[in-house]
Design a protein around this ligand. Structure first.
Ligand code: SAM
Length: 302
């Protein structure tokens, strides 16, 4: 343990906590708990460096990852949990690590993180995310207009196939809106896979731990809104060539493709993240993207 205070070694095993507090997993909350402390410690170390860091955790549940983060040296953990049944178990954990664990009940999708978290540096996100809202939370954390964002790193567990979309290079079937939003000003890397057997109850799919760190945008001056509109438009019609899917922007859009030396017959998955950003920026600067009405295709990324 790197920081002062208790080590979790004398806490009751997580299975006992779950039994004592009646925390049978609920599908509606996306609950698949990690009970192996060797694994939670490995995840906590991957989320580091933890010393002097405040960790924001979504969905602590019975507290397996939370304990590991604190034992591995996080100065503080601030956590948001939706399921009120978990609160008494988490209050016990909070008493065990005095002054180092703060729990809020609520929906992480609606929380304003900056109102909960200190404004100093070293803010990191670590979470074994509920599958049903994992992508929505990721998009929330990736899309503030201000950059660099409030977090210095995010270490998040996703379904393996979602992790493949996040980290996908262009030219693959897995490449799409989520890849572009994840990569245009952050560097996501898949750290390791986790077998379904590691979870209670076991999900049907494998999981992957992914780490993100903010980087400089590949194209400066591009707004998130413009990028979201373009990616929604072109990846919403993935099989169409750009000259077809950009029709809604008017004839000038095809001229812009030429100026940027982007092949108008290309399909969106053939374009690098940089080319998509250059195109979005040029459409933004020409005022075309702002003029595009919000359509069914501008739905949130899933
Ligand atoms: N961190 C624990 C672990 O690793 O064992 C639990 C992870 S479990 C996959 C997801 C957790 O997120 C559950 O505790 C669930 O109740 C919580 N959760 C689900 N939806 C949530 C939401 N909208 N906001 C905050 N927490 C949520």
């Amino acid at each position: 343990m790197a920081s002062g205070g208790n080590s979790g070694d004398t806490l009751p095993p997580l299975r006992e906590v779950i039994r004592a507090h009646g925390l049978g997993a609920r599908k509606s909350f996306g609950q698949n708990f990690l009970l192996d402390m060797n694994l939670t410690r490995k995840i906590a170390r991957a989320a580091g460096p933890l010393e002097h860091a405040t960790l924001y955790e979504v969905g602590p549940g019975p507290g397996g990852l939370t304990r590991a983060l604190l034992d591995e040296g996080a100065a503080r953990v601030v956590a948001v949990e939706r399921d009120p049944r978990c609160l008494p178990a988490l209050a016990e954990l909070s008493a065990y690590y005095p002054g180092r664990l703060e729990i809020h009940q609520g929906d992480a999708l609606k929380v304003d993180e900056l109102s909960l978290l200190p404004t100093e540096n070293h803010l990191r996100i670590a979470a074994n995310l509920p599958y049903n809202i994992g992508t929505a939370l990721l998009v929330k954390w990736l899309t503030p207009e201000a950059w660099p964002p409030w977090w210095a790193s995010m270490t998040l567990m996703f379904q393996k196939e979602v992790a493949e979309r996040i980290t996908s290079p262009s030219g693959r079937k897995t490449y799409g809106r989520l890849s572009v939003l994840s990569q245009w000003r952050a560097s996501p890397s898949a750290l390791f896979d986790i077998t379904p057997r590691a979870f209670t109850p076991a999900p049907k799919v494998w999981s992957t731990l992914v780490r993100f760190e903010p980087s400089a945008p590949v194209v400066s001056g591009l707004s998130v809104r413009s990028l979201e509109k373009l990616t929604a438009t072109v990846f919403g019609q993935k099989r169409k060539m750009l000259r077809r899917s950009l029709k809604g922007f008017g004839p000038k859009a095809i001229e812009i493709l030429g100026e940027l030396e982007i092949d108008a017959r290309a399909r969106p998955e053939e374009l690098s993240v940089e080319d998509i950003c250059r195109l979005a920026h040029a459409l933004q600067e020409s005022g075309l993207i702002q003029a595009l009405p919000i359509s069914a295709r501008t739905r949130p990324v899933r």
